[in-house]
Design a protein around this ligand. Structure first.
Ligand SMILES: Nc1ncnc2c1ncn2[C@@H]1O[C@H](COP(=O)(O)OP(=O)(O)O)[C@@H](O)[C@H]1O
Ligand SMILES: [Mg+2]
Length: 221
């Protein structure tokens, strides 16, 4: 039985997913302790991190689009088996930086393989394991790219350097996903200052996952 909960963090590059995730972990760790599992895709274990290096390496300019999509799905499969599923069986709250929506948006729409094709291919990898809650960090692709260029120069990867048109296709696909899955995907206004982004994300988590996250007005605070 998967009694835990999976929360995924999605959105364009530079939306602030990783920054918000770190702040949320700092907030929740004291209450949740070992019940909190923090991980990322592609990665989270030795095999998936090795695949991540291949995918994001800026020297791998010859990589075929479908190869890229398959590598993401392969890393995801290993991540689910080794990390996510055991944590969910153990009643833990899993916070994951990117998941299947990223593949649909980046490979499906960004690369143009087709959103449905990438989704279907990922069903083989996930065997249907869906996030309980997805926080969509909504910011214009151009704003996100600008943040990265200003502050994160040292870790720009193979996908970050794609043209703005690529990132606009990614963003448009995310907005379609948001519209199509209103129960699972909740929008966070990521154009706000980071502390407000974090507050909004925590409020959503508290309302959707009250067994794990206390609301601000709750007695724990
Ligand atoms: N709400 C925000 N406002 C302004 N800058 C931000 C905000 N959130 C994150 N940043 C900055 O933007 C850059 C990208 O943030 P990051 O968390 O790495 O984004 P992501 O993980 O979504 O790609 C970082 O330099 C970060 O400090
Ligand atoms: Mg990040």
């Amino acid at each position: 039985m998967l009694t835990g909960k999976l929360v995924t963090f999605e959105g364009p590059d530079g939306a602030g997913k990783t920054s918000a995730l770190n702040a949320i972990v700092a907030k929740l760790q004291p209450q949740l302790g070992d019940r909190l599992v923090v991980t990322r895709e592609p990665g989270g274990n030795q095999i998936s991190e090795a695949i991540r290096k291949i995918i994001l390496d800026r020297h791998n300019t010859a990589m075929d689009d479908r190869t890229e999509a398959l590598l993401y799905a392969a890393a995801r499969r290993q991540h689910i088996v080794q990390t996510i599923q055991p944590a969910l069986q153990n009643d833990q709250l899993v916070l994951c930086d990117r998941y299947i929506d990223s593949s649909v948006a980046y490979q499906g729409a960004g690369r143009g393989i087709g959103e449905q094709a990438v989704y279907d291919m990922n069903q083989f990898a996930t065997a249907g394991l869906t996030a309980d809650l997805t926080l969509y960090f909504d910011v214009d692709a151009a704003v996100g790219l600008n943040r990265i260029q200003q502050h994160r120069q040292n870790e720009i990867n193979r996908l970050d350097v794609e043209a703005l048109s690529f990132h606009n296709r990614v963003q448009a696909a995310y907005l379609r996903l948001l519209a199509d899955h209103p129960d699972r995907i909740k929008r966070v206004d990521a154009s706000q200052p980071l502390d407000q982004v974090v507050t909004q994300a925590l409020e959503i988590m508290a309302s959707q996952l009250p067994a794990y996250v206390a609301s601000k007005g709750g007695e724990d605070q």
